[in-house]
Design a protein around this ligand. Structure first.
Ligand code: SPD
Length: 279
């Protein structure tokens, strides 16, 4: 039978992978951090026994978190990443030569240390001089950020329990709006619309209240429970479907999933959610 690691959801669903070897296991002040080598997905990161990312499927998640914002924001000089301690989001952002500075605020230094040591194929941009990393609670950090200073803000957190809970609050979205330029684009990972449907819908509504409108988009992440995965895009002045062709063409040279057609299709809202959202 061998060794398996399972993520459990509400004692109703579990998603497991057969593990060849546990590479790292540690406890930070915030959570349990583990990196395991799996038969099917390669090396993978778990936080508090929930799958976060894996070598084999990480592009499904990181490309869809990053590129819908980066190909639509009129400017992309300064980008804030909240969370993102495995380095995959920063790697995708730093593919754009226009980017001048990326600020990554991660609460848990142990996540970055473990990822640098055991997931080097995911975080390939740690040494890029444009990247600045702060180990702080992003909820407090954003409250004190310079007003109107970011072109893009990306929220790459865990599920809304434990250290990431505050990243789903209206007060946090208000602080992000204040830290962002009026044309700026904000995107958060927004959970499975199947098993986290209440959080998913509530987040879309909260973001619409704060930013004036919000646009969920959908794809899949094989590592995550629930089949479908979602992200939600918001801006005061920018259109989510106005993909800048030169940026998309540039990034499409290296992406495994993202392209401009995929982008447009991802913003189609399934009927069951349209009805619930009244759209
Ligand atoms: N259910 C897990 C959701 C995790 C979303 N963030 C993953 C971090 C990958 N950089």
């Amino acid at each position: 039978m061998g060794l398996w690691y399972d993520e459990h959801y509400k004692d109703q669903i579990r998603f497991g992978l057969k593990v060849k070897q546990t590479l790292f296991m540690g406890q930070s002040p915030y959570q349990k951090v583990a990196v395991v080598d799996t038969e099917a997905f390669g090396r993978a990161l778990l936080l508090d026994d929930v799958w976060m990312t894996s070598e084999w499927d990480e592009h499904y998640y990181h490309e869809m978190l990053v590129h819908p914002a980066m190909t639509t924001a009129p400017k992309i000089d300064r980008v804030l990443i909240v969370g993102g301690g495995d380095g995959g989001t920063a790697r995708e952002v730093l593919r754009y030569p226009e980017v001048k500075e990326v600020v990554l605020v991660e609460i848990d230094e142990l996540v970055v240390e473990a990822s640098k040591n055991y997931l080097p194929t995911i975080g390939t941009a740690w040494d890029d001089p444009r990247l600045k990393v702060y180990y702080q609670d992003a909820v407090a950090w954003v409250q004190n950020a310079e007003l109107g200073s970011f072109d893009v803000i990306l929220i790459d957190g865990a599920d809304p329990v434990g250290p990431a809970e505050g990243l789903f609050a209206s007060t946090f979205y208000e602080a992000c709006k204040a830290a962002m330029k009026p044309h700026g684009v904000f995107v958060t990972q927004n959970e499975s619309p199947v098993i986290y449907r209440d959080t998913h819908v509530q987040t879309i509504r909260r973001m619409a209240e704060v930013f004036g409108s919000s646009h969920p988009y959908y794809s899949t992440v094989p590592l995550y429970c629930g089949g479908e995965w979602s992200w939600t895009w918001a801006s005061r002045e920018t259109d989510p479907l106005a993909v800048i062709p030169e940026r998309a063409a540039l990034v499409e040279q290296s992406t495994k999933l993202y392209n401009a057609e995929y982008h447009r299709g991802a913003f189609a809202i399934p009927n069951r959610l349209k009805r619930q959202l009244g759209r």
